[in-house]
Design a protein around this ligand. Structure first.
Ligand SMILES: [Zn+2]
Length: 503
């Protein structure tokens, strides 16, 4: 259904129209969803050529009124834009929420295919890049990567961050070595500059495998014990919350994987992790992890986490590619989220996770760009559906309404954030796509999820403010130029480090 002007009975007050549009795309409580918020008076507006409220539900010429906190106050369809409105051309959707990112992996794009490569050769290259990072280089690179995300339509990101310390493992801020939390604060500054909402998932990473010490290149990831990681996490939360409002930057927690955190430390985390933090973990991405876990502990990675009370409704299990029916039931019973990263999983030949089984079991699915071989919510949505088609030999697993719900609502829920959308009290984050490009021409507006790409995004709004337009960031300009410069500087630093090593 496409409604025309006035069909909402659009009255003069925003409040009366808001209730008419609080439906479809962002309706209904989700398990773990954060409810809509109280709004204040409207101070700005976003005018949408067409606003997609849900499958079969598009309104034309909609003016979305936004309060000072960046929340939707109401939607007036069938009205012209007013001076000062942020104007979005094309079809406007709730913005996407990126539920899994390692910003520095962007430096590896297009570099790990020589000789074919495997997951493990990719990981070796990744460690070389991690080793060269300094807070300054990381801030520059992450700013570029987050700008790339924003112009593509992602307005929030869960950054799974484990490059905490100096390369030799010494914490920043110790022995006059830089400011405390230097890497984490660099990422926070990068997010603020790019205008993306950041959930900084500070990650516990203690071992090089089951019963294996850290390897060369992993030292800067580790706090030594779960107890020391929890102490640093608590201090980081204080610093970040005093520097940044929660709608912009918050801290969450992550366990790198069951291979990187010994079972006794999982037990400590299960007992002592503050209950209000979102918790993410890489889970069963590779069969080798499952085999090692079974050998070491007698159970699957999911069952091991469950044993220590870590499978719960705040848990986001990233990948969950090689899971058993029992694992799926455990994740579903707990109300956990599974974060799929379809373009990364394809790039790394991880395999196809059982997305349909998760959905049927009631597991909430979200999407992430992980290693950033692609930074495009439209491609991730499509790859999720395509993967299921290839896995099952059938079409039509995820309709477009479900895909947008996964990309937008579930991604924010996974971050413990309020959801974006058109409903009153939702966060006014939107992405607009042009339905008349070479890629999208002829597409029904309901089926743009199967045709559009980031190149078709005409505008992105964060908190009611136009933050990107036609591939350019409003304050940072062309993300490509930022990426070229940042990657060149990181390469130069890595080359210099190699020369020092060879001497
Ligand atoms: Zn990852």
């Amino acid at each position: 259904m496409t409604r025309g002007p006035g069909e909402h009975g659009a009255g003069p007050t925003a409040g009366s129209t808001a209730s008419a549009t609080t439906g479809r795309a962002d309706a209904g409580p989700l398990p773990g969803d954060v409810p809509a918020q109280q709004t204040g008076p409207a101070v700005r507006a976003v005018w949408c050529e067409s606003a997609w409220l849900g499958a079969g539900d598009v309104v034309e010429a909609a003016r979305v009124e936004v309060d000072a906190g960046g929340l939707v106050v109401g939607v007036l369809p069938g009205v012209p834009a007013r001076e000062g409105d942020a104007v979005l051309r094309g079809v406007v959707f709730p913005a996407a929420a990126n539920a899994h990112s390692h910003a520095f992996h962007r430096a590896l794009r297009g570099r790990t295919h020589g000789g074919g490569g495997t997951f493990w050769t990719w990981r070796k290259a990744m460690y070389r890049a991690a080793d060269a990072l300094t807070p300054e280089l990381y801030e520059e690179l992450a700013t570029a990567v987050y700008a790339e995300m924003v112009v593509a339509g992602w307005t929030s990101v869960a950054e799974f961050h484990y490059v905490h310390h100096r390369p030799d493992g010494t914490p920043y801020g110790q022995d006059d070595a830089g400011e405390p939390h230097a890497m984490e604060l660099a990422l926070a500054r990068a997010a603020v500059r790019a205008g993306i909402r950041l959930t900084l998932l500070d990650t516990c990473y203690l071992a090089g495998g089951f019963g294996a010490p850290l390897q060369e290149g992993q030292r800067r990831f580790s706090d030594g014990t779960a107890g020391r990681w929890l102490e640093r996490l608590a201090r980081l939360r204080e610093v970040v919350s005093s520097d940044h409002p929660a709608h912009h930057v918050t801290v969450g927690a992550a366990i790198h994987s069951v291979r990187a955190v010994p079972e006794e430390d999982l037990a400590v985390i299960g007992r002592l992790l503050p209950p209000d933090l979102p918790l993410h973990v890489h889970l069963s991405e590779q069969p080798a992890e499952n085999e090692d876990c079974l050998r070491a502990t007698g159970c699957t990675p999911t069952a091991l986490l469950h044993r220590h009370g870590l499978v719960c409704d705040r848990l986001s299990a990233v990948h969950a590619t090689h899971v058993t029916a029992g694992d799926i039931a455990v994740l579903a019973d707990a109300g956990a989220t599974v974060v799929l990263c379809p373009t990364t999983e394809a790039d790394l030949a991880d395999g196809l996770g059982p997305a349909g089984e998760f959905r049927d079991a009631g597991v909430r699915l979200a999407l992430g760009t992980d290693q950033h071989v692609v930074v495009d919510p439209w491609r991730e949505m499509r790859a999720l559906e395509d993967g299921e088609r290839l896995r099952t030999g059938r079409r039509g697993h995820f309709d477009s309404g479900t895909l947008h719900r996964i990309a937008a609502l579930h991604g924010t829920a996974s971050q413990g954030r309020h959801a974006a959308g058109f409903g009153r009290g939702r966060v006014a984050d939107f992405m607009a796509v042009d339905p008349r490009t070479t890629r999208t021409a002829g597409s029904s507006r309901d089926q743009l999820a199967y045709t559009a790409t980031a190149q078709d995004v005409t505008g992105v709004v964060v908190g009611g403010i136009l933050t990107a337009q036609d591939g350019l960031h409003a304050t940072l300009g062309d993300p490509a130029a930022l990426l070229v410069a940042a990657i060149a500087r990181l390469d130069a630093a890595a080359a210099a480090a190699q020369v020092r090593e060879q001497r």
